[in-house]
Design a protein around this ligand. Structure first.
Ligand code: 9MR
Length: 464
């Protein structure tokens, strides 16, 4: 990817920002070791795609996640991000209140952290979002029409220029339509003072600034055919007929029992695609658990795969605990980064194979490693890793366990540890006889001081 960032304000060029970037990269390096170890294992054809990103890529699509800069120091968060996803959307860091909190004063450091991370791993970035009524600083809402128009265009120009050439798709305008049956535009400072034309103006300014970014309109409750999606459809159709630049429509896809996956989801995506725009699933999360949640996720993925112009899927977070609606456990990974049934359903619907080499669920694994927290107290915990042989006996095994500082392993039992140079990754092998009969299990334990979260990241089991 071309790096020609014009840095302004307190952007990533400042020494403080560069220091933070280095810290983020060292966590990445740690995670990379684990991933490399996985990749070095013998792969069979059936395992060609055992991550969301790889499986989606085989279908010509990206698989992304909303990412928050403040989690990029967490080893397990970063390793899950790096292993599974090929695109990121900053969850809050590119919104107006984050990048232009006061007029003309831009602050890109937190968004830069995410963009730098994505670039270092070859991931795409979705820019979210330029013009939105929410997370809008009060100075913007207080402006009169003339001033507001120039503030809007200046905001778009400055932000898109900072990231020029680095953003796959921009949510140029977000959530500009009213819920319910009116099909009307939502009341907002932009709508109320500039009228309907503000959306067109925003898209024209965006195209002029970064002609290589795809320009999207993004909204929620537009996932099925309804009054709101009809209104967006009419707008896109009008834009296409008049040559107003628009390349894509984002369907947020926040689902729960009150707002289930619509039965005409695929048909709705298709009718937009037929207007000559790409469609993207931009903020997917589905409340629930177990097989019901898995089925809903699979249906969404199936719908995207059935629409040629559905170019990618982004889930709105990585582990449930960081979701904007964590209590509904709407994501693909649980609080300990275990893959949920929904994960397996998404991966297999994408054509991948759940339970990649050495992971629980892999039918061909010579051995698997499963982590549980055995005991926990104020400043630490005891962790337990269970090793289970596959369908053949094994004579030895090896498992990497990665800690997030300041957590430190202070004791290990029933296993023999060695440490990498960072002191954060221990490789545990049997203390003496590592022989396990087919299907048999053993375990090792360890004590951690220095906090209880996040849990350690336990890599795949390697047999010998
Ligand atoms: O997930 C975001 C959450 O952290 C913020 O507090 C919230 C503020 O409005 O925005 C959430 O993301 C929203 C996204 O930007 C636009 N579509 C709806 C998302 C969920 O509210």
């Amino acid at each position: 990817m071309i790096r020609k960032r014009t840095r302004t304000g307190d952007g990533g060029g400042s020494p403080r920002a560069r220091g933070r970037l280095r810290a983020g990269l060292s966590a990445t390096t740690t995670a990379l070791l684990t991933v490399t170890a996985l990749a070095a294992l013998p792969q069979t054809a059936a395992h060609a795609a055992d991550t969301l990103g790889a499986a989606a890529a085989e279908k010509g699509r990206y698989f992304g996640a909303a990412v928050a800069a403040n989690h990029l120091g967490e080893a397990q968060y970063v390793s899950t991000l790096n292993t599974e996803f090929t695109s990121v959307t900053p969850e809050n860091e590119m919104k107006w209140d984050a990048v232009e909190p006061s007029r003309g004063s831009f602050s890109f450091s937190r968004a830069d952290q995410i963009v730098n991370h994505a670039q270092s791993r070859g991931m795409d970035v979705r820019g979210h979002t330029l013009v939105w009524h929410s997370q809008l600083p009060s100075w913007v809402s207080g402006l009169g029409a003339t001033d507001l128009r120039s503030a809007m265009n200046n905001h778009i120009t400055q932000v898109m220029t900072h990231y020029k050439g680095e953003i796959h798709s921009w949510d140029v305008v977000n959530e500009a339509f009213q819920d319910g049956n009116s099909g009307a535009r939502r009341s907002s400072p932009f709508q109320d003072k500039l009228g309907n034309g503000f959306i067109e103006e925003a898209f024209r300014t965006a195209r002029a600034t970064d002609p290589n970014a795809k320009l999207c309109y993004n909204d929620y409750n537009t996932d099925g055919v309804n009054a709101k999606s009809n209104a967006v459809y009419a707008m896109v159709k009008d834009f296409k007929s008049r040559g107003v630049p628009i390349d894509c429509v984002g369907f947020q896809s926040h689902f729960n029992s009150n707002s289930p996956v619509p039965s005409d989801y695929r048909a709705n995506l298709q009718r937009f695609a037929d207007l000559g725009v790409d469609v993207q699933i931009t903020e997917l999360d589905i409340e629930g658990s177990g097989s019901a949640q898995a089925t809903n996720y699979a249906n969404v993925v199936r719908a995207c795969l059935a629409v040629t112009r559905c170019t990618g899927i982004t889930v709105w977070g990585i582990p449930d605990k960081y979701s904007w609606r964590a209590s509904g456990t709407p994501l693909l990974f649980d609080d300990n980064y275990n893959k949920k049934p929904a994960y397996d359903a998404v991966l297999s619907t994408l054509g991948g194979t759940p339970g990649g080499p050495g992971n629980p669920g892999d039918p061909d694994a010579a051995c698997t490693a499963t982590y549980t927290t055995a005991e926990q107290w104020g400043g630490g915990y005891n962790g337990k890793v269970t090793i289970t042989a596959g369908s053949s006996p094994i004579s030895g095994w090896s498992v990497n366990v990665t800690m997030t500082p300041p957590q430190k392993v202070v004791a290990v039992w029933n296993g023999s540890p060695t440490w990498d140079s960072s002191g954060n990754v221990m490789t545990v092998k049997p203390s003496w006889n590592g022989t396990l009969a087919a299907g048999a299990s053993t375990s090792f334990g360890f004590t951690v001081n220095g906090g209880t979260a996040p849990p350690p990241q336990v890599g795949a089991c390697t047999a010998s």
